[in-house]
Design a protein around this ligand. Structure first.
Ligand code: ADP
Ligand code: MG
Length: 365
């Protein structure tokens, strides 16, 4: 019998594994984004004592021994997937790239402080365009009181890639994770939903009209609110500060980036319990509602599956309800519920419909 030294055995095993892997090809769409993230997370264990929360929440949490915890979030925006430069002004893109990260910091009930910005740009971009982009980044830094502290710059063979990482801080007793909610706690959402999605529909339609006839001027007046929600979203840091002023710490929180239904499913999964939300309580702006009808879309579907609203979805104890009930921009849409049944929407005619996430389809061909 040949006795292989251990390095050779390792090589033979690796070659066998390669052969096996070559015959197997799993399409990413079979897993979807969340399945893929779970798979990546399952391949790593945290080894640093200061890693409090790793993969799985809106931001990672580090306990480095100071008087506050550090939170870190990262997001990638890809041309053709997250934005279309034919209708997305570059300055707005710079602003939005920061906002989507600040929103994740807000979702931890934390205060943002620093960002890094990584860019991969094709030669389609001029210096003036880069200046515009950074004017947007600067405007967001001013708005949210953040320092740009670094990044990386590369050329790109195909399209524009923007990756921002944000760092923030939060006191131990204010840290809010996606988990932490209990039975019967109230589910709240800020602002109104579905607007950013309808804004995208409007911009896409106007692009088609323009391409068919470049002399046509886009008619955006009555869609101004929605287009603004798509092109210039804001992170709800105002709510984070107001909750502090009111002395309310949410028990669980997540930001609404992929669509309310998707975020509710996360809330249910992270808290290992069911929940109910009520159609009649879902916040939708009038203009958004009318535009959805005009586009032959169900307004409730836009609210549930639209995405990119960057509002905050959180749970509070029943005892905190009185402190929040007069807040004009916080809506009480449902409650957590013991049990492992699928999170459900109670419709206006009192039917229970299981929620489905449809927000994320990037890997679908
Ligand atoms: P959000 O929508 O709040 O930005 P995501 O769904 O993008 O959250 O990410 C959920 C979690 O998965 C986060 O903790 C994020 O850091 C982590 N994550 C996402 N993509 C990767 C990746 N490629 N490698 C490691 N962690 C990832
Ligand atoms: Mg998030």
């Amino acid at each position: 019998m040949v006795c292989w030294p251990s390095f050779a055995r390792k090589r033979i095993n690796m070659a066998k594994e390669k052969d096996q892997n070559q015959n197997k090809r799993t399409e990413l769409q079979e897993l979807g984004e969340f399945g893929l993230i779970d798979r990546i997370a399952g391949q790593f264990t945290d080894r640093q004592p200061d890693t409090r929360v790793g993969i799985g929440d809106d931001a990672a949490v580090l306990d480095t021994g100071g008087d506050k915890l550090t939170v870190i979030s990262s997001d990638l925006l890809t041309e053709g997937i997250h934005f279309d430069l034919s209708y997305f002004p570059v300055k707005h893109l710079g602003y939005k790239a920061v906002v989507v990260n600040v929103s994740d910091i807000a979702a931890m009930n934390a205060i943002p402080a620093h960002i890094t910005v990584n860019l991969a740009v094709s030669n389609r971009f001029s210096l003036e365009a880069i200046d515009e982009f950074y004017a947007g980044v600067r405007a967001a830094c001013d708005e949210y009181n953040i320092d740009l502290i670094g990044g990386d710059t590369s050329s790109s063979a195909a399209g524009l890639f923007i990756s921002v990482t944000a760092v923030g801080y939060v006191e131990e007793d204010k840290l809010t994770l996606r988990s932490g909610a209990s039975d019967k706690e109230i589910i709240c959402v800020t602002g109104d939903l579905g607007g950013a999605y309808m804004g995208l529909q409007v911009l896409a339609r106007e692009k088609q009209v323009y391409m068919a006839n470049p002399d046509m001027q886009p008619k955006l007046d009555k869609y101004e609110y929605m287009v603004g929600r798509q092109l210039k979203p804001e992170a709800r840091m105002d709510i984070v500060h107001e909750l502090r002023d009111l002395g309310v710490v949410p028990t669980a929180m997540i930001d609404v980036s992929d669509g309310l239904a998707s975020e509710l499913l996360h809330l249910s999964k992270h808290n290992k319990m069911a929940l109910r939300v009520y159609e009649e309580n879902l916040p939708i702006d009038n203009q958004t509602y009318e535009a959805a009808v005009e586009f032959n879309l169900d307004p409730v579907t836009c609210v549930l599956n639209g995405g990119e609203d960057y509002e905050l979805l959180f749970t509070v104890r029943q005892a905190d309800y009185d402190k929040l009930k007069k807040h004009a921009d916080i809506h009480f849409i449902g409650h957590m519920a013991k049990g492992d049944d699928r999170p459900g929407l109670v419709t206006k005619n009192n039917t229970l419909v299981p929620l489905q996430a449809q927000g994320w389809t990037h890997f679908k061909s």
